[in-house]
Design a binder for this molecule. Structure first.
Ligand code: PFF
Length: 454
């Protein structure tokens, strides 16, 4: 059976960066930064991305490239007859749930694109935009249809394969995303009072930082890099031995930081220039941003530009979530890919239906006090992903010999050798400890412990 491979080195970087760049950087980052202290939050996010995210990313690359197999088999290869392959299975289940509600937001982007193009977003007041958002996402049929369209786009690409589907699409979408971002940022930073927004993002005011925002920044760093679910293991399994892994990891880290920066620069200057508040929360993009754009000249065109880049970002992430599934069930057998992509993709759509409806007809259905969408989001982002990241950071130094790790990192790279020890010890000690701290906090244990000592 011939093994699928990326066609080019840069193709892999675009695909992996595409997985990383998504709702996390464009939707979540601005609103968490907006509520969590702006510049100070951004700095902490940078710190975690470099110190904790980068080692884990490289760790996943090493597992994938060395094993040359899907997420479940990869762990089995290093630790046969053990339960470690559960890490891969956990990643698959996590992606299954994640994509089921990620595609709901993907659908909202499509609905907004449609509305913007047909002129439905013109000239409302800020409150009206808020109300419109609530109305649009409460409609059951159109939201379900949009979610299905989003899933179909992802399925069609993944069904085409690694090279002809994911790599080709990412090679178009990621550069396009940057161009669209640049247009937007130029418009945004040349607004009259843009400086306030730029300062908000770039000048740290540490008094605004809370322990909660520090922990959010850590979660955000892992989420935006798609870590802990073995998606990066799967993508790296299609790599030849000539690829320089440390360089690839660093490129993706840089691209990811750049996108968060661009997202902040595209959004905050407008928010401040038009007298709006940056701490609107999750509705920032859908309810506040249209109001911002509607006050600009040719604002609709800029907003469509924004929605398009947002759609590209969400889609390239969706490819990776579906791919981990397809890879694990086809075991790299190309002949099964098409059928599996369609079956699994449609199954994910069905699982996403309750999340989609939880903003409308199912809004009263609460589980543990959360709507179905929020429950899925919470479980994935705050429990399953950190758990996966923790297990991977324990697995790599424990189950792969230091010499094998060293060899894998040095292949195709001279500079990788220099960083080896720093990387190894960060992954072995710093990453797991940091994750445990966040984990305990999310589950409410830290508060309980602190109150015990008071
Ligand atoms: N990195 C994506 C984002 O920031 O939107 C989210 C993500 C994609 C997480 C793929 C996990 C994953 F496997």
């Amino acid at each position: 059976m011939s093994q699928e491979q990326w066609k080019s080195k840069i193709g892999f970087i675009f695909a992996a960066a595409g997985s990383a760049i998504g709702l996390g950087a464009i939707w979540k980052f601005p609103y968490i930064a907006g509520t969590g202290g702006g510049g100070a939050f951004f700095l902490i996010f940078l710190f975690f991305t470099v110190l904790l995210g980068a080692p884990l990313l490289l760790g996943e690359f090493v597992v994938g490239r060395r094993a040359q197999s899907d997420a479940v088999t990869a762990y089995k290869k290093f630790a046969p007859n053990s339960s470690w392959s559960l890490i891969g299975k956990l990643g698959i289940v996590t992606c299954f749930i994640l994509l089921s509600f990620y595609s709901v937001v993907g659908g909202w982007i499509i609905i907004y694109l449609f509305e913007a193009i047909r002129g439905g977003l013109n000239g409302l007041s800020q409150d009206q935009y808020g109300a419109l958002f609530g109305e649009l996402i409460a409609k059951p049929w159109s939201t379900l249809l949009a979610q299905l369209v989003f899933m179909l786009m992802a399925i069609v690409v993944v069904a085409k394969g690694v090279q002809k589907g994911i790599e080709k699409a990412s090679k178009i979408m990621i550069p396009a995303l940057f161009i669209l971002f640049l247009i937007l940022v130029i418009r945004s930073v040349t607004l009259d009072q843009s400086i306030e927004g730029i300062e908000f993002l770039l000048v740290p005011d540490f008094t605004k930082l809370t322990s909660e925002s520090i922990l959010l920044a850590l979660g955000q760093a892992f989420f935006t890099l798609s870590l802990g679910v073995s998606v990066m293991v799967t993508y790296a399994s299609y790599l030849p031995k000539t690829q320089n892994l440390p360089f690839s990891a660093i490129s993706i880290i840089v691209i990811n930081i750049l996108v968060a920066l661009l997202a902040g620069l595209a959004i905050f200057p407008g928010v401040f220039s038009f007298g709006m508040e940056p701490d609107a929360g999750p509705v920032l993009i859908f309810a506040v941003l249209p109001a911002v754009f509607s006050q600009m000249q040719f604002g609709v065109i800029f907003f469509i530009n924004f929605l398009l880049l947002f759609l590209f970002a969400a889609l390239t992430s969706a490819f990776s979530m579906l791919e981990i599934f397809v890879a694990a069930t086809t075991k790299h057998d190309k002949t099964k890919r098409k059928k599996r992509a369609w079956t699994l993709g449609l199954l994910i759509f069905v699982l996403g239906i309750p999340s989609c409806l939880s903003y409308g007809v199912l809004s009263d259905v609460l589980v543990f006090d959360k709507t179905i969408f929020d429950l899925f989001d919470f479980t994935v982002s705050n429990v399953l992903m950190p758990l996966g990241a923790l297990l991977i950071s324990i697995f790599v130094p424990l189950k792969i010999s230091k010499s094998a790790l060293y060899e894998e990192i040095s292949l195709g790279s001279k500079s990788g050798k220099m960083f080896f020890n720093v990387w190894y010890y960060l992954l072995k000690y710093v990453t797991p400890i940091a994750i445990v701290i966040v984990f305990l906090d999310v589950l409410g244990f830290l508060d309980k412990m602190i109150s015990l000592f008071k």
